[in-house]
Design a protein around this ligand. Sequence first.
Ligand code: ADP
Ligand code: ASP
Ligand code: MG
Length: 449
Amino acid sequence: MSQIVIAKFGGTSVANSAAMNNSADVVLSNPDVKVVVLSASAGVTNLLVALAEGCNPDVRQEKIEQIRQIQYQILNTLPDSQVVRDEIDRLLENITTLSEAASLATSLALTDELVSHGELMSTLLFVELLRSRKVNAEWFDVRSVMKTSDRFGKAEPEVQTLSSLCQQHLQPRLADTLVITQGFIGSESKGRTTTLGRGGSDYTAALLGEALNAKRVDIWTDVPGIYTTDPRVVPNAKRIDEIGFEEAAEMATFGAKILHPATLIPAVRRSIPVFVGSSKEPTAGGTLVCNKTSQPPLFRALALRRKQTLLTLHSLNMLHARGFLAEIFNILASHNISVDLITTSEVSIALTLDTAGSSTNGSSLLTSALLTELSALCRVEVEEDLALVALIGNELAKARGVGKEVFGVLEPFNIRMISYGASSHNLCLLVPGDDAEHVVKTLHHNLFE
Ligand code: ADP
Ligand code: ASP
Ligand code: MG
């Protein structure tokens, strides 16, 4: 293992000049930080996604102007910024050309190309800011090492290729420069830009950590650590000082936005601890995600994932039949869909579609082609606007009284589906979207406060 630390800063940590300066302080306070991974400045990716969906000329102008203002606010605080100003202007021109093209015809590849400009701009500005503070910082285009599949919007990284390209092109630079690079983006075999899905910069940081054999990956965000639930939903939520990989991975998968769901996969492969803290309050401490934690509690955290769709499939042919589930799963697989929760009865199956790690282009999983194929086999019912509440814990399946503790307090709510027993780390409930926050607050109050 090397002594390298990878530090990743999310959108709010590079939102404006003050935030970028705080982030620079964090980087410079630890000489082991050799690679810095940045998101786009807060708000920029959303604006770029909207442009990629195509808009009329007035709206387009307005959105491009908003992006320009966010980046210029930072640019204008930098001394000697003419070279970067030219670069930012060139990228803004690109954005204009690409969004005009998107208004004529959108495509997934075009979306990724357009959206990548957010990270390209934030990293250019951050390098200049560090240089103005006399730091030997270098801008690095992550697309030269982050090789991915061509699944635009949610591309899969090629881990082996990434590792050898990093050893060749990135490692040698680390001896005397601080490398600043982009999260979230990559490139496929023909060199076209791809993205890893919304929130993907966390994943980039962990992938680079794995490729460079880092001793730690630091995720700097706008909250000082991982809490027992989203502190925006429950202000009483408590920070978790140390948490195991499996529990944290369950939290991320089930919607705790604090980490992209795939972030811990590379970290687990190499046992690289991941630290989560706030770039605004770096001395406030944070959460360490690692291999072993002392005395993991029965109930650890609550996660919430909105916009869930429930499919209920009914067929009398299922009665005493073999192979029905296999047929259903084949259809889902051919549409690149993985199932999240599932319950079955004699003549019906209820399942939710896995929406963890949403794609950059926000494409819906439930296409009419999928529904047509399923309807040829069985009667299909679709319920939308549900929410998944996941209780994360340890040895849940072995403990006594979990059912009473959880369901006893949920009396006022309609619970649409329950999944419990497959993993000893979670108990999942599907509830109406409008009740979701109330359910989380109620459970948090009773199990954690
Ligand atoms: P970044 O832009 O830095 O990647 P995100 O907005 O993606 O930041 O993630 C940070 C946010 O995650 C927090 O502001 C918080 O509202 C949310 N969040 C959700 N669940 C949790 C949790 N269990 N602990 C802490 N934050 C959480
Ligand atoms: N900028 C990208 C997004 O907003 C990636 C990230 O922030 O991690 O989704
Ligand atoms: Mg994020």
